[in-house]
Design a protein around this ligand. Structure first.
Ligand SMILES: Cc1cc2nc3c(=O)[nH]c(=O)nc-3n(C[C@H](O)[C@H](O)[C@H](O)COP(=O)(O)OP(=O)(O)OC[C@H]3O[C@@H](n4cnc5c(N)ncnc54)[C@H](O)[C@@H]3O)c2cc1C
Length: 508
């Protein structure tokens, strides 16, 4: 059989896994990555994650002003480097709720039920807690909770239990709910991402072109045959049998739109020739959101961050209403005050319980401002547009405040709330969440998988209406998962590779 060739765009969480699986099956892969090598030391030390924001390894996206969130432009960091956003992220491994995947399948997407997904997750993981019916220990990606908690993080867990939460030692086990130590993709105090675990060891078997910024897909007679990209200031074309976009939830739709695949009226308004009128491209953008609850301490200091130790180590899943099918909130706890861009620093030392919502109903869009690579994308999250999102975020802030008042924090550490602050009552939090909400960094949904007229990819991740073109990354999620999106993006990489290889007759 002649060798199959593929172009993969993006060496992030999904793209690195997909590429490894294609290469293992004998596919000849050209991998185009806009970013460079992961030589920045801050990528490798979990303590230094914050330094990567606004750095050359960050696409440094911003939303348009968010009408329902104080008209602010929210910063959306995304990885622009080998490893993608898994090179910038907090490495927290959350497989999310079985109901998330059963829901995707119920929308008409066979192969995505929890029963299909669980064995794939197990095959990805090398879990420090060992293999079991629900966990894997032979995979390529280390997932560990075998690290020391900072004293403040120990106390946050204790305070959560005093608040009435279950202490859940394995939220990736049979249920999410409760307060837990985070499981992270780290080895020996250093980040491990899917690029490092899957692809770097076999990089000499792949044609990897860094600094290659893909403009668009070349489509001839309804078939994708290649891509146009810019490298070192010059325009290039590359051709292959199959084209796969793994550029993430903000860039895969942008590449499709620049290719003339998207809502016809939008493309025509920018002078882009319409190749396929695909209404769903750039629609259904959604994200999780956080709002900070910040404390300083009077009994003893929290102390500065420690090299090799992440500034976030614990989180919790909680249902703000008992009738919910899955937890709708996931506060994440930091051993530092997280004032961000919106809050005046009020203390040098402290800790933050970041209230968070993980089943948002608000939906936004991604659009182009022009046809060129340098024309900014217009990202509208519609943050907090849906009143249910506001209600849930307020409930989460209230819970975080209450956890801070428990003896393990209030008595032992002398925790004093500095944001929202004692001048804002629990009944008066709407303005606070609207003026402080920030991204949880989990944008998804812009190339939605499905079988309806507006779906962008089919259940095997082939773009509807264009042959030989696939999207394999977080953008294909029909609805966001209940929890951090990196593990689901890894899963999408594995499943996307299997579908492609099976369709090509390279896997039984
Ligand atoms: C700051 C931050 C913290 C996060 N923390 C966590 C966490 O702790 N746990 C968790 O589960 N999730 C976390 N996430 C989210 C998680 O990292 C993402 O959901 C996941 O990485 C998405 O994977 P992806 O493959 O879809 O995209 P990405 O990993 O973003 O990969 C896309 C790749 O495509 C490249 N690319 C984009 N456009 C082009 C183009 N035109 N041409 C060529 N290459 C291109 C990019 O440079 C990038 O390498 C975080 C994200 C961020 C940014």
């Amino acid at each position: 059989m002649p060798e199959l060739s593929a172009i993969v765009v993006g060496a992030g969480t999904s793209g690195a896994i997909l590429t490894r699986r294609l290469v293992d099956a004998g596919v000849s892969v050209t991998l185009l990555e806009a970013g460079g090598e992961d030589t920045n030391a801050a990528i490798h030390d979990p303590m230094r994650m914050g330094e990567l924001w606004h750095s050359p390894d960050d696409w440094d996206y911003h939303t348009i002003p968010q009408e329902h969130a104080g008209d602010r432009r929210l910063h959306l960091p995304r990885g622009k480097v080998l490893g993608g956003s898994h090179a910038l992220n907090a490495m927290i491994w959350v497989r999310c709720a079985p109901a998330d995947f059963d829901h995707w399948a119920a929308l008409g997407n066979p192969g995505w039920e929890w029963n299909d997904v669980l064995p794939v997750y197990k095959a990805i993981e090398d879990f420090s807690g060992g293999a079991s019916d629900v966990r894997g220990a032979d995979g390529l990606l280390p997932v560990t909770d075998d690290y020391d908690l900072a004293p403040i993080q120990e106390s946050i867990i204790e305070a959560g239990v005093q608040e009435g939460l279950e202490h859940n030692p394995d939220y990736n086990g049979d249920h999410l709910d409760g307060i837990s130590q985070q499981q992270i993709t780290m080895r020996d105090g250093k980040r491990v991402n899917t690029w490092m675990a899957y692809l770097k060891p076999v990089r000499d078997r792949v044609d990897i072109r860094t600094g290659s910024h893909v403009h668009s897909v070349i489509v001839e007679q309804g078939r994708a045959v290649g891509v146009r990209y810019r490298q070192s200031g010059a325009d290039h074309e590359a051709r292959a049998d199959v084209i796969v976009l793994s550029a993430g939830a903000l860039d895969s739709p942008a590449i499709l739109l620049r290719s003339g695949i998207g809502p016809a009226a939008h493309l025509a308004s920018l002078g882009i020739d319409v190749v396929l009128d695909a209404a769903g491209v750039g629609e259904n953008l959604h994200d999780h959101l956080l709002s900070p609850v910040i404390f300083t301490t009077t009994e003893k200091p929290v102390g500065p961050p420690t090299p090799g130790v992440s500034v976030t180590q614990t989180h919790l899943f909680w249902r703000s209403r008992p009738d919910l099918e899955v937890p709708d909130t996931q506060p994440i706890n930091f051993s530092v005050p997280m004032f961000g861009d919106d809050l005046e620093p009020r203390a040098a030392d402290g800790f933050s319980l970041m209230a968070g919502i993980v089943t948002p109903k608000s939906r936004g869009t991604l659009r182009l401002s022009g046809p060129g690579l340098d024309d900014p994308v217009l990202i509208d999250l519609q943050a907090l547009a849906d009143p249910d999102d506001v209600r849930a975020l307020i409930a989460s802030v209230r819970q975080c405040r209450s956890i801070g008042r428990q003896p393990a924090l209030a008595d032992e550490w002398g925790a004093v709330e500095i944001y929202p602050g004692t001048d804002i009552s629990d009944d008066d939090l709407e303005q606070y969440v609207r003026s402080t909400a920030i991204t949880y960094h989990h944008q998804v949904g812009t190339c939605r998988m499905g079988i309806d007229a507006d779906a962008v990819v089919d259940p095997r991740l082939r773009v509807h209406g264009i042959e030989n073109l696939r999207v394999v990354d977080a953008s294909i999620m029909p609805r966001i998962t209940t929890g951090n999106t990196n593990a689901p993006a890894a899963l999408i990489g594995e499943l996307g590779a299997r579908f492609l290889l099976k369709d090509a007759g390279l896997l039984p």
